[in-house]
Design a protein around this ligand. Structure first.
Ligand code: SAH
Length: 347
């Protein structure tokens, strides 16, 4: 029989498991707290659970985990990239960024990605599989344990497209937010999507207080289609419409990410067009200098073009920041470390 992962279960489901195995419901709650509050990795360390219950659990369940294979720390020490191995031998990566306000972790939601953006390293080998909620949680718990410091912000912006793994994403958010678990505030969670409109609509119905980030990377559909195949499926008009609704329903302003690529989307006209379209959206635009990926042709825009781009948006009263660069010296672009590792182990 295939074992099921306990770490991916909600508290209610843990209670059901306990009752199904002939225990009182509160044993399920204890189990859940061991997993998410104390973050214990083995059933045998859950001291207040009856031995019989633990033995019965072991027959049908396991506890998902990730193993640190490599850790690269940037020269100034503010960024660390973790390469994790999953139980089935696949690799994912997470990035820890230390800010004054706390430790932020960028997690992966899938092994690989099938969105095919032409500047991105995660998608080079396609999608292998989606992560379970337990595997998403494990990235945070492991980094928390390894650093001995609490992770205070989580960004689902590593490898993978979170909306392509919607149910596990939601489960992950519910569990990490739960006051009997890690108890991370929804406001400290950001989910980034390449703009899957059904996903945005579904997510707004959950009425969460998380931040939604959209990878826009273009001022119009024509340019967007050059780098993002998903732009053939959803137009920017449809995405903007969904974002307006998202803001109306949740009260949360949406962030647009805009990776600035030399000669593709970095002209003054591009900035003006973007400003025009974003007017009245109440959005925030995050300009990201491209991390060059060696297998890809896209090049980073010149510093002064990025600065001009920002000034044009500001003049048009659009809220804009340039993402502070972190981890450029440690293959911090999504999927780069995993690719380097897979290449090296192939030799
Ligand atoms: N699939 C989701 C989340 C993962 S990608 C999404 O598309 O939003 C996280 C962000 O990093 C996206 O905005 C993505 O477009 C961007 N990105 C990917 N590769 C990059 C690179 N090489 N340099 C800069 N940004 C990159």
């Amino acid at each position: 029989m295939e074992l099921r992962d306990l770490k991916s279960l909600t508290m209610e489901e843990c209670i059901e498991v306990a009752e199904k195995l002939g225990e009182k419901g509160f044993r399920g709650k204890q189990l859940y707290k061991w997993l998410h509050h104390n973050r214990v990795e083995n059933l045998d360390d859950m001291k207040n659970l009856p031995g019989k219950f633990r033995d019965r659990l072991k027959e049908e369940y396991y506890i998902a985990n990730v193993k640190i294979v490599r850790k690269q720390v940037s020269k100034n020490g503010d960024t660390a990239k973790y390469l994790f191995e999953l139980e089935d031998g696949k690799f994912i990566e997470s990035v820890l960024m230390k800010y004054k306000y706390g430790n932020s972790v960028c997690i992966s939601s899938q092994v690989g990605c099938r969105m095919g953006c032409t500047f991105c390293a995660s998608t080079l080998l396609g999608l292998e599989r989606s992560l379970t909620a337990g595997e998403m949680l494990s990235q945070i718990y492991k980094i928390n344990e390894e650093t001995g410091e609490r992770v205070s912000n989580v960004i689902v912006m590593g490898m993978g497209e979170p909306m392509d793994n919607y149910d596990n994403l939601l489960r992950f958010i519910r569990i990490i937010n739960d006051e009997d678990g890690y108890h991370l505030s929804q406001r400290n969670i950001t989910v980034s999507t390449c703009g899957i409109v059904e996903g945005i609509r579904k997510l707004m119905q959950e009425k969460l207080q998380i931040t939604l980030a959209i990878s826009l990377h273009a001022p119009n559909d024509e340019i967007r289609r050059q780098t993002m195949p998903v732009a053939n499926k959803y137009s920017m008009d449809e995405i903007f419409e969904a974002c307006r609704e998202y803001k109306d329903v949740t009260g949360r302003r949406v962030t647009f990410e805009y990776t600035v690529i030399d000669g593709v989307n970095d002209s003054k006209d591009n900035a003006l067009e973007l400003a025009r379209r974003c007017k009245g959206m109440g959005c925030h635009i995050n300009l990201i200098p491209l991390n060059e990926v060696k297998e890809r042709k896209c090049r980073r825009a010149k510093e002064e073009n990025i600065e001009d781009f920002k000034i044009i948006l500001e003049k048009n009263k659009i809220n804009v920041t340039i993402r502070r660069e972190m981890g450029g010296d440690i293959d911090a672009a999504c999927g780069q470390l995993r690719n380097t590792h897979l290449e090296q182990s192939a030799h």
